[in-house]
Write a protein that binds this ligand. Structure first.
Ligand code: GLU
Length: 302
């Protein structure tokens, strides 16, 4: 039996595969897509494809076409129309406004370079700079307590800024949170205590955009009625931020399963950024779709 989230309306379970078209797919993406489609098939559910292309500079038409081609090659069938995040900025802007109304966001004028310089200076003094679960230096909160006059003045002249979540303020409002992990084999669920403070004040809207990965993903999962989020375990820590945003925006919380990542020969996770062998390369080398399917089914049978 597939467990169900308590605050979702009853209905068929809804799964989604949500790739970003900013690089070639690799075997880990294929695994994620198959797992979502297969769980939907086994449980009479729906399988959606969502294109996470808020990053206009890095998103490419050829990667989009390659996603379509790869999923067809895998024999998967998904619902139409496909939601493409770049077409729905209004939805994210509304959610961003709501968070601003709740007074849990602040504009941050820091550049990446300025933070990097602080980190380098601290490390040169032998001071260890704390990092988030992805290994990025934690934001030091420099813009959190700017005097409101200064803040307004800098906004008024159009100084480039991102919007960050004041995590302590948000948590004071909503209290401690858990998210629910589900086991796709046994149907058992487990509460996981969220630890969002390990992200400090995450970026909720990037410079020049009304959104970020975190905001778009929670808005879309809610709008699309996603009940079960199945994605790689590299995104498990980010769930802490997602459940905070869901609570602040009064959105239902899906159940989560973060599946094991596909590793390369040296035990590193496959990643676009590291130029791992792409799915297309593997196809050219003769890998068969059914061997990827077998790999996914094995995870569901363990
Ligand atoms: N778009 C994200 C990625 O390509 C996945 C988002 C998600 O599944 O929540 O890694």
């Amino acid at each position: 039996m597939l467990p169900f989230p308590t605050d979702h309306p009853q209905g068929p379970p809804v799964f989604r595969f949500a790739p970003s078209p900013n690089g070639p797919l690799h075997r880990g993406h294929a695994l994620s897509a198959i797992l979502n489609a297969e769980l939907a098939r086994r449980h009479g559910g729906r399988f959606l494809l969502r294109i996470e292309d808020i990053d206009a500079e890095r998103s490419r038409k050829e990667h989009l076409a390659a996603i379509d081609d790869a999923l067809r090659w895998l024999g998967l069938v998904w619902e139409q129309p496909v939601r493409q995040q770049s077409q729905h900025m209004d939805d994210y802007a509304r959610a961003l406004d709501e968070l601003k109304r709740k007074d849990v966001l602040y504009p941050c004028f820091c550049t990446r370079g300025a933070l990097a310089a602080k980190v380098a200076a601290a490390e040169a003094r032998g001071v260890e700079w704390l990092r988030d679960p992805d290994g990025a230096p934690l934001y030091d909160g420099a813009c959190r307590d700017l005097p409101s006059m200064e803040r307004e003045a800098r906004l008024a002249i159009g100084e480039a800024h991102q919007w960050r979540l004041n995590m302590r303020k948000a948590l004071a409002l909503i209290g401690p949170l858990v998210w629910r992990r589900f086991n796709p084999q046994t149907g058992a669920t487990m509460d996981v205590v969220a630890n969002p403070l390990r992200w400090a004040d995450p970026v909720i809207a990037r410079k020049g955009l009304p959104t970020s990965y975190h905001l778009s993903v929670v808005v879309d999962d809610a709008l699309q009625g996603v009940t079960h989020v199945v994605r790689g375990s590299d995104l498990e820590a980010a769930t802490d931020i997602h459940v905070v945003l869901q609570k602040l925006l009064a959105l239902p919380q899906p159940l989560y399963w973060h599946h094991p990542l596909v590793m390369d020969g040296e035990g590193h996770k496959l990643a676009k950024s590291k130029g791992s062998q792409s799915l297309q390369d593997e196809r050219a080398a003769g890998i068969a779709a059914h061997s990827l399917q077998a790999e996914a089914f094995l995870l569901l049978a363990q």
